[in-house]
Ligand binder design. Structure first.
Ligand code: GLA
Length: 389
């Protein structure tokens, strides 16, 4: 009875919940702003995530409840659904819309969601809720989709229903993550390796800057467009589908094709970051945490200077990390513009790291960060008994 969700479901609906599902959030170890450029990323699922308790009802209505939000919308079952403002329930509603458009008869549902992922912190709370909903509908209505198809549905909801032109990394990671493993995913071919996360005597810290993220969607979509512009310029001489189809050496030979300085910087980040992921995978496999950490720092610097998606809050975390000999590496994770950073910290020194970082950050930024020791968990699944939650 971790969160007493079963009891809460009972209180709200005066019925026992019959089905329960969980989908995690994710952190990305390295490979940022790479997925929509067809390259390599290295995310893992975390143990924080979204719980969904759900019962079909006979009332032809979708009842959306969440312990995280006050709105309790009800939507009548109909032939199609449209995004409604910025409410949280657009994410599950978008999934219902997708299944319905695909010809599945999705009938009334009583739902209770609860997420213990800090919302809007760049840990993929939206992919988590989309994937848990898609997984639940697939199970309850025997829709017969594979897990990869569910990932693609969730991404399509985010792109077409919500309006964020994200790549596939987040939905993939929260669906395919495995305990104590990282995923090395090729976002073009969708081939992937599940590799041991091998952190040795280090642990992964998640540092939430607690900066409220604003305009993430529009700035994110702007970066996507900038990469498309760079690709177009490079294709005056090359013939590539994605920026990540070339390595740094090839980019350097052709970068002058890109006239605009900003667009060239964006492309440089993408190409070099993709090369860094290859090196990082090798470093992790060889238990070379120091080497892995250096690549994390290089990734952050590039996101700050070339891709310009960091900010003073994320930079403050990384600046502090660089002064602490017990930290192997640190970087922002996710889209950026606020949100979370991650750091590899010596296990026995986690408490002092956490305290010193909080003091440094608070002094510099004016409010405190939240620091968690993150565990790497499993991807989406059914909870065997509703009493698990
Ligand atoms: C967000 C998007 C992902 C990815 C990251 C940046 O999390 O949803 O698709 O692009 O940003 O790496």
């Amino acid at each position: 009875m971790k969160h007493q969700l079963t009891q809460k479901f009972n209180d709200i609906y005066s019925k026992e919940a019959r089905h329960a599902y969980f989908s995690p959030g994710r952190v990305n170890l390295i490979g940022e702003h790479i997925d929509y450029n067809g390259g390599l990323v290295m995310p893992c699922a975390i143990t924080f995530g979204t719980y969904l308790l759900i019962n079909p009802n006979e009332d032809n209505v979708f009842r959306f409840r969440s312990l995280n939000f006050d709105e309790n919308p009800e939507v009548a079952v109909q032939a199609g659904y449209k995004k409604d403002g910025d409410g949280w329930y657009n994410f599950p509603l978008g999934v219902i819309e997708h299944f319905t458009k695909d010809g599945h008869q999705i009938t009334g549902l009583d739902m209770l969601f609860f997420g213990d992922i800090p919302i809007g912190a760049g840990l993929s709370s939206s992919a988590s809720i989309e994937v848990v909903m898609a997984y639940a509908l697939n199970d309850l209505f025997d829709a017969g989709y594979t897990k990869l198809e569910l990932v693609k549905i969730a991404k399509s909801v985010e792109n077409n229903f919500i309006g964020m032109n994200c790549g596939i990394m987040d939905q993939f990671a929260v669906a395919f993550g495995e305990k104590d493993k990282a995923i090395v995913l090729n976002c073009d071919t969708l081939k992937y390796d599940i590799v041991p996360s091998n952190l040795g005597n280090y642990v992964l810290a998640i540092i939430n800057t607690n900066k409220s993220r604003k305009l993430v969607e529009s700035k994110y979509n702007e970066r996507v467009e900038e990469c498309q512009a760079a690709l177009k310029e490079l294709n005056k001489a090359l013939s590539i589908n994605y920026l990540c189809d070339i390595d740094t050496a090839t980019f350097n030979q052709h970068k002058n094709l890109i006239a605009d300085d900003t667009i060239r910087k964006r492309a440089q980040h993408v190409v070099e970051e993709n090369d860094r992921v290859k090196l990082a995978a090798g470093a992790l496999a060889a238990n070379n945490l120091a080497g892995f950490g250096e690549l994390m720092y290089a990734s952050h610097d590039s996101l700050r200077d070339l891709y310009e998606v960091s900010g003073k809050e994320l930079d403050a975390v990384v600046e502090y990390a660089k002064t602490n000999p017990n930290v192997a590496g640190a970087r922002m994770t996710g889209a950026g513009f606020g949100g979370c950073a991650i750091a590899l910290v010596k296990k026995d020194e986690f408490d002092s790291f956490s305290k010193e970082l909080a003091a440094y950050y608070t002094d510099k930024i004016g409010y405190a960060p939240s620091v968690y020791q993150s565990l790497i968990g499993d991807g989406v699944g059914t909870l065997l008994a509703t009493s698990e939650v």
